[in-house]
Design a binder for this molecule. Structure first.
Ligand code: PXP
Length: 238
């Protein structure tokens, strides 16, 4: 079965837009679980622009499925992850000022630090996934680094400008997924997946789990409008 981990970062983005205490990503996570999600993902960014420590702490105590913490390699975030012990830590590259994660990790660059962090996470009993581009080289390096999972970056596929470009990306993703399975790695995938482009990804049997955020939260904001307006009108009845 292909699993779904729902990323609730953008519920926190909406909360932070007004610096209120709602909507709460924890409430969204519980609803996602009730709807059948297999896991919840949050990204604790260096700038804490959406998810905060408080969110991850409460999620750890409340959700019944699996908590996947996306994180960079800074000391403070690593320390926090070791304290919270999510079920999985997905290590992602982080660039100051980026709108969203822009690509997979460059595993040749931060090899030493990555190995160190992977060992620390493993010692704390946390599974480790590395967010990588779909290239054989990255998959082999992730395996060498002792990762348990890879998460294949599907962003280039999602942004493809033509059918040809999209199908070339799908081949790369499928190739990376197959190689990862041969190396006994778990295979997650995500970034930019939506209600249209997910169909091709679903056909890749080697993928274990998808991590989807923006499109689900965006859809939720629209399909919930009718109900939300009706509830307000009811309160306004004299
Ligand atoms: N996977 C990773 C590593 C990400 O950084 C993100 C975005 O936070 C996602 C998946 C989810 O992407 P999207 O919000 O486009 O579905």
């Amino acid at each position: 079965m292909l699993k779904l981990s729902v990323n609730v970062d953008h519920i926190a983005t909406l909360r932070e837009a007004r610096k209120t205490n709602y909507p709460d990503p924890v409430a969204a996570a519980i609803l996602a679980e009730l709807a059948g999600a297999n896991g919840i993902t949050v990204h604790l960014r260096e700038d804490r622009r959406h998810i905060k420590e408080r969110d991850v702490e409460i999620l750890r105590q409340t959700i019944k499925t699996k908590l996947n913490l996306e994180m960079g390699l800074s000391d403070s975030v690593v320390k926090f992850a070791l304290k919270i012990r999510p079920d999985m830590a997905t290590i992602v590259p982080e660039k100051e000022g980026e709108i969203t994660t822009e690509g997979g990790l460059d595993l040749s660059k931060s090899g030493q630090r990555l190995s160190e962090v992977i060992s620390l996470l493993h010692e704390a009993g946390i599974m480790v996934s590395l967010f990588i581009n779909p290239t054989p080289n990255s998959v082999r390096k992730a395996h060498k680094l002792n990762a348990d999972f890879i998460e294949i970056h599907t962003g280039l596929y999602a942004e493809a400008k033509s059918i040809q470009e999209a199908s070339e990306e799908i081949e790369r993703i499928a190739g990376a997924a197959m190689l990862a399975k041969k190396l006994d790695l778990g295979v997650n995938a995500g970034h930019g997946l939506n209600y249209e482009n997910v169909r091709e990804i679903v056909l890749i049997q080697e993928i274990d789990e998808l991590s989807i955020g923006h499109s689900i939260i965006a859809r939720a904001s629209l399909v919930g409008v009718k109900e939300a307006v009706q509830q307000m009108l009811k309160l306004m009845e004299r």
